[in-house]
Design a protein around this ligand. Sequence first.
Ligand code: ADP
Ligand code: MG
Length: 675
Amino acid sequence: MLSQEIGSIGGVGKAREKLFFRLGIRTAEDMLSYYPRGYEDRSHLKTIAEAADGESVCIKATACTVLSSRRVRRGLSYQKVTVTDGTGVVFITWFNHDWLAKDFDLSAEYLYFGRVAVKNGRLEMSNPAIIRENKIEPIYPLTYGLTQNIFRRVMAACMRYAGELPEALPDALREKHTLCGIDYAVRNIHFPETFEKFEYARRRLAFEELFILGLGIRLQKQRRAVLCGTPLCNDTAAADFTGSLGFALTGAQQRVIGEILADLKGVRVMNRLVQGDVGSGKTVVAAAAMYVAVKSGAQAAMMAPTEILAAQHYDYFSQIFAPFGVRTVLLTGSMTAKQKRAVCSQIADGEADVVVGTHALIQDGVAFKNLCLAVTDEQHRFGVKQRAALAAKGCAPHLLVMTATPIPRTLSLVLYGDLDVSIIDELPPGRQHIDTYAVDEPMRERINLFAKKQIAEGRQVYIICPLVEEGETSELKAATDYAEHLRAGPFSGYRVGLIHGKLRPKEKDDIMLRFSRGEIDVLVSTTVVEVGVNVPNASLMIIENAERFGLSQLHQLRGRVGRGAWKSYCILFCQTDGEITKKRMDIISGTNDGFVIAEKDLEIRGPGEFFGTRQHGLPELKVANLYSDMPLVKASGEAADELLRGDPALNDPDHAEIRRRIEKMFAQTGAFEIN
Ligand code: ADP
Ligand code: MG
């Protein structure tokens, strides 16, 4: 039976059972859905004459010498034998395979799998595996104490239950998309006879996974769609406000504001993601929405990931809203208890119209009088739960989330399927192209001179500190040491400031204020300035250890310059010059388009690392790859739409297995329930 306990299968026994538990495997069914992370192709048998230098091959051969076993010292012995298949000979050496001396049968023909190498004019193999069959072998992600051989044996024993696996995909659907049955798929994902069969199996399992994911996301969206919010409508207000900004909105900004205002008017709550490259002007778009909310009699809140950014937004909003009598307050964790109490009471009484803050906004003590619009800035820095916590501060408030981490459209539909997406795909006029160069140490002197020249022209410089790896040394120490080094050496006589995450918020504010007033020439910083910070006079950013950053992160960082009227530059110092580093640096130097960079980043790093899907509250995918399986993402999404058209709540008994799968997949995320 599928529910057979793992301890009673294929000689697992009590002792080993725990190791399987550690992998989350309790039953035969769990085992069958524990897929390989890769395969070793031992299926191609070659003759010794055909084996080429450096190649991994499987040969079938018999010994032509005796097997010698020698102990060199304690813990090191080696075994040697020469084998032949009639087309040539191979000299084999093993290390610490003492048991061979006893078990090796000189007259038997064995299958050897390993890498051959030509040394001293002869063919050698070291530590080959002696295998039973030449086939494709699965390789599983295991835990200490389990070997591939044991695991494969238990898996093989579980195969007899594969036929009992319930088929989740309806026949018509499988036929339409040429998908094999679950039994075939599971057999061939574990023990494929050929790679064609494996691919056929993988495709089905990937489709199923994406289909279930797509259904879950759609159900979630349906559930929110019936939520009624407070319609917020004040058409003349929006125009008054945008007319007061002192610049004309870009076409893209106007379009996105239009999309938001249309949502706000409706009784359905808004769930909208605004995606726009660094500097595309997302803040005023959110401001326009908040302004309309306030002029419709409601409160609006904006949550930002750092204190620096929250303070900056607060300053900006206070300034642009003041002429309209809109009262803006700031709430951050670093304020004194007394200050917080005062602000919280303003929020509770409705004396505050617009509330800007950090995570402090979602703390228990914060209660709004009438929160109808909740905005999350730089949403990729927050988890789904935090977004939801902010929403819970109001009564079904409209939600607006903003991000500068651009994601290709089709993918954002998967990732943010529960949100409607608006894209600001245009930069305000006159934006400076940021010339970006990857350099190495010998260029140091010239770059320092260049920085000084910029300062002499009245500009300012960011230097992003060496990024330390965990355990190497603390970020704080690295930043402090680095600033000291610059003050004492290359930039002595200049006004060098230092900012990092460990400073008290008051100190951070102070330094940012001095930098924005031009009282600091060189700001040495950790990545705390990564998001949002806006100092238009800064024209040069130097990034140390650029190879350690993600491409999208580099792009975000460099977005701190090029915000004013001046030609701007970004210099990337790389400590390594490997192939991949070079490729990545070429991408970032080659374009200023965040969408292009995101695509390439995704391609190089793979979606897991790129998105940190957990962060988004999405379940982890075992088989499908959101990037390379794009055609399946589309096809399965269409199939999900079709299924829901016929059975919107999945109540049909035929779809019970699908429901079960959805619940199982989303159970781990804790962010989902279907009713
Ligand atoms: P981001 O999309 O990265 O959050 P911001 O909203 O911080 O970008 O905008 C960057 C800068 O561009 C700000 O100084 C803002 O005032 C300015 N800005 C925004 N929209 C326009 C526009 N249409 N024309 C000129 N400047 C603009
Ligand atoms: Mg921003």
